[in-house]
Design a protein around this ligand. Structure first.
Ligand SMILES: [Zn+2]
Ligand SMILES: [Zn+2]
Length: 292
């Protein structure tokens, strides 16, 4: 990707809508969107859709970034991080799983923040990143906790996985879950959507923004999802959720949180979406989307 002209990358990976945003005093929302019209041969395909490629930084007594942000967004992400961290170091980077939109910037981040450590199911990251000292790759398993001073981060086995090692993360102070590929949503290209949260939208726009889930590739339609939905409900009973974040969504919180969760769980149990739904009227996978 570094060999591609800058403008090609910046047409495919866009930053719009006021990102980055300090959503709460201790929660920064960073990233951008993958823009379907920026992909070769797709400039005229309508409607133009965006897949959010987001990451989050929890600003506790220590700091942790949830996923690294998409590799193609680094041109903006580096400055976004500096703006959000305000000179503070990044102490930890949580890697949910090995896909490029989620952890493609790990090498760059650990080079930029020399005291930061990667935490997650890092069993094979030394193969992708032989340049990273082994003691900076810290293995976490379901139930492990990381102390940030004013809260703990709990690592959770993902109920829906893209890859065998997918983990989710939970912030005990904010009751925030970072669910990797779960609760991702494709939206129409609209600057008012990219950096806007559901509870900041009017009802029609919020409903539209939840129409096209982008979900883990786990055979949602091939297997009965009832047991997984039940497992997710048990997880939420144990770890109450007040904010949902993921690699492909704006933060979901406030009055629209429970309805959004219930809408997705109901869809999974009754008529699960097939892979991504990036194109209206076309339920196949959007080759322009970067999710995987
Ligand atoms: Zn967008
Ligand atoms: Zn993803």
């Amino acid at each position: 990707m570094p060999d591609l002209p800058k403008d090609v990358i910046q047409k495919a990976y866009v930053v719009r809508g006021g990102l980055p945003r300090l959503v709460l005093p201790d929660l920064a929302w960073v990233g951008g969107c993958s823009n379907s019209a920026g992909w070769p041969g797709r400039a005229n395909v309508k409607p133009v859709t965006h897949e959010p490629c987001m990451a989050y930084v929890v600003l506790g007594q220590k700091t942790i970034m949830f996923d690294t942000g998409h590799y193609g967004l680094w041109y903006s992400l580096e400055g976004q991080l500096e703006a959000m961290l305000q000179g503070r170091p990044l102490d930890y980077v949580f890697v949910s799983h090995q896909e490029i939109p989620h952890t493609g910037n790990l090498g760059r981040l650990l080079a930029k923040y020399p005291r930061a450590k990667a935490v997650g199911d890092v069993r094979d990251y030394h193969l992708f990143h032989p340049e990273i000292a082994l003691d900076r790759l810290v293995m976490m398993q379901h139930g492990d906790r990381l102390d940030l001073g004013d809260r703990e981060i709990v690592f959770l086995d993902a109920i829906w996985k893209d890859l065998s090692g997918t983990l989710w993360a939970y912030d005990t102070k904010r009751r925030l879950i970072f669910s990797a590929d779960m609760f991702g949503y494709i939206h129409l290209a609209d600057d008012h959507v990219c950096g806007t949260m559901l509870h900041e939208m009017d009802e029609a726009l919020a409903a539209k923004s939840l129409e096209r889930p982008a979900l883990p590739f786990t055979g949602m339609r091939q297997r009965d999802q009832g047991a997984r939905v039940a497992a997710f409900r048990r997880l939420m009973a144990q770890f109450p959720v007040e904010i949902v974040t993921s690699g492909h969504t704006a933060p979901i919180m406030g009055p629209r949180l429970q309805p959004a969760i219930e809408q997705l769980l109901h869809a999974l149990e009754t008529s699960p979406p097939r892979f991504l739904q990036s194109d209206a009227g076309d339920h196949g996978r959007d080759p322009g989307a970067t999710h995987g």
